[in-house]
Ligand binder design. Sequence first.
Ligand code: BES
Ligand code: MN
Ligand code: ZN
Length: 516
Amino acid sequence: MKIAFTKLVAPVQGVVVIAVPEAPKGNTAKPMKGAKPVKAAGPALGRTATALDSRLGGAIRRAMAAAEFTGKRERTVQVLSPGDGKIKRVIVVGLGDPKTLDAPAADRLGAVLHTALEREQAAIVVLEDIGAGKTGAATIAAHIAGGLVMKSYRFDKYRTKEEADAKPRLNDVAIQSDAPGEAAKVYAGVAAVNDGIFLTRDLVSEPANVIYPETFCQRTKAALANDGVSVEILNVAQMKKLGMGALLGVGQGSIRESRLLIMRYNGAKNKSAQPLAIVGKGVTFDTGGISLKQPGGMWDMKWDMGGAGVVAGLMHTLARRKAKVNVVGLCGLVENMPDANAQRPGDVVTSMSGQTVEVQNTDAEGRLVLCDVLWYAQQRFKPRAIVDLATLTGAIIVALSEHYAGLFSNNDELAESLSAAGRNVGERLWRFPMGDEYDRELKSLIADMKNIGGPRAGSITAAQFLKRFIQNDTPWAHLDIAGVVWNEKGTALAAPGATGYGVRLLNRFIADNYEG
Ligand code: BES
Ligand code: MN
Ligand code: ZN
């Protein structure tokens, strides 16, 4: 998508969007007895829109009145072929109260515009009166463009028979505002985030016959090739040497060999400053193993590498926007298959930490992968903090549905910064409790722990398992993203399928807490 930022000038041709703030509510005080209620004025057009409307003989105002348009946020009115035919159509979009317009609201407005415009090739978006709130006109304009691009993503490479006129065509958008230079600067950062999200969505959308540990590494390496991110890939023999018995046990039933992908980006002034570590669960397909899953919906488990997908996308974003921070991203990549060589329920594996685990359920495999990657990350990189992302439990979907991801942490400050970043970008987190009461559930008769708890609080016992692999109270947070990686109906900012949830959140978390 080509995005350009330009000054406000009344367009003379093409497809035009004009953004209109909500009409002031008028006098909300109760009218005196017997007095007529005060009638609110209609929404006001800005200077550029007014000039356009005059040239079109008032067609825009007439359409707004006929549609009883109040300027409510995200409401649209279409005016087809007004005037001399050079203006093909005008879309009026409501801004709502400009004082409450912030970046997430602007993202969603942009997404609404994509839906309204996708059949067109090009459009001019006139943004007047967007600077009244705390956020500022440039950031609002940049995020309207960003939301539009975010919503434009489609994964259609395997659709060979889609009719051309069913595909969105929009690829050229000019964004007019009174701060185009500054908006373009802000947009560079927003575009870097979108690039990361698109990489994540690509990796997550691919089926498991295409993306498996080796190809996940290849794809990611290729995507990061010009980013100045150093990529290292450990194979099975190397992981064996390191003693990663828990991770390797999960992958041993698959003909696809396991991998550990390590991506290092050093953007801080001090290149040897302790990095932040971001760890992702990368189960490229989760059949459950010998503890086989039910067939219904099992195909969903192609996105059981969603955590790893976010780590790859985030590294791309950080490098593209030249973030001033040192970050190491690590993805534990395995395929969990039932096979003659698969691990059995009851097997005992030795993790890299030396702790032994009785694998009572081979479908609780994510924690087995993560425990070795978490341990390795700490041993090798001594990170100042660790955040892991994983589609770890079905129980988190029971608890939160698709609206929040679960947050678990040993550190209140870290938990609060992550929550705040989530609120600021509109990717929300909900923190769960942790404690010895839950940890006790992991007691095993013959090993240091088993890999499942009881039937209750399954997301918390999974987090307790991970916590046993965190050394010396290193600040650590675990995000259970099982409910938010994939959305069957689509979200405000994503078509049905992969959402890319987590890239914006962690990018913001890093920008607010670890840069400058
Ligand atoms: N990948 C699944 C969790 C999952 C389920 C993600 C549904 C997305 C949608 C994970 O490996 C798993 O199977 N967890 C088990 C754990 C149980 C055996 C303790 C679960 O949640 O049922
Ligand atoms: Mn599983
Ligand atoms: Zn899984």
